[in-house]
Design a protein around this ligand. Sequence first.
Ligand SMILES: C[S@@+](CC[C@H](N)C(=O)[O-])C[C@H]1O[C@@H](n2cnc3c(N)ncnc32)[C@H](O)[C@@H]1O
Length: 228
Amino acid sequence: MAFSARPPSSDRRPDFDSRRVRLIAAAIRAGQASADVAFDAAFPVELRDVSAHYWTPVRVVRLAATWLRETRARTVIDIGSGAGKFCVAAALLTRCRFTGLEHRASLVSAARDLAVTFGVADRVTFVYGGIEAAGTMDAEAYYLFNPFGEYTFSSARFADPDVTFSTGSQQRDIAATAALLSRARPGTFVITYNGFGGSVPQSYEQIDVATRLPGTLRLWKKREDGVS
Ligand SMILES: C[S@@+](CC[C@H](N)C(=O)[O-])C[C@H]1O[C@@H](n2cnc3c(N)ncnc32)[C@H](O)[C@@H]1O
């Protein structure tokens, strides 16, 4: 799959000034119920409408960010980064560097705009490509929110007709992800939200789990003696 060299747009939205961004970050940190609505207002309406189903809720980002701070991970790859909600919201709560990998060009573009809007584009990068591109990247932690389901957009702007879904490609992507995690260095962290369709390799141990969220969030660590 080709990579886009398109740079992020440099214009911040005038209605998202630094005060508004600070207030949204504070609302996420405080776990305010209104934080999702406040954050999602930065999306184009078509991406806002699917947010509750397709993008990580801020309550979940909040706990994942706590785990990232506790683990002291400095670099995070979000496989299937969508419109960038996880990477950008987590960047507001941590000092990590995030790379989002996404195979829909329209979402990569929207995610880059989101990072600029929230003033975190210096630490948050979005790459256009499929799971195979993750093999050339390196990170201390991976985030996976059920990336290989079938995601559809009714709007022409986000239709990405070159992206198709089949159970064959889904199974290949799941196997490639398991292989990627098997090759990762000992000590690598993985955070799954509603899994990724496959099993985290046995060389990882689950070190935390949260079930009182809209979905199940798990933290895994590759054992120091973990070979695969
Ligand atoms: C559930 S959404 C999660 C978005 C983001 N991680 C978040 O939590 O805000 C999963 C995303 O994975 C993307 N995706 C699916 N298959 C992919 C693949 N093979 N390579 C890259 N991205 C993929 C989808 O287009 C979708 O945007």
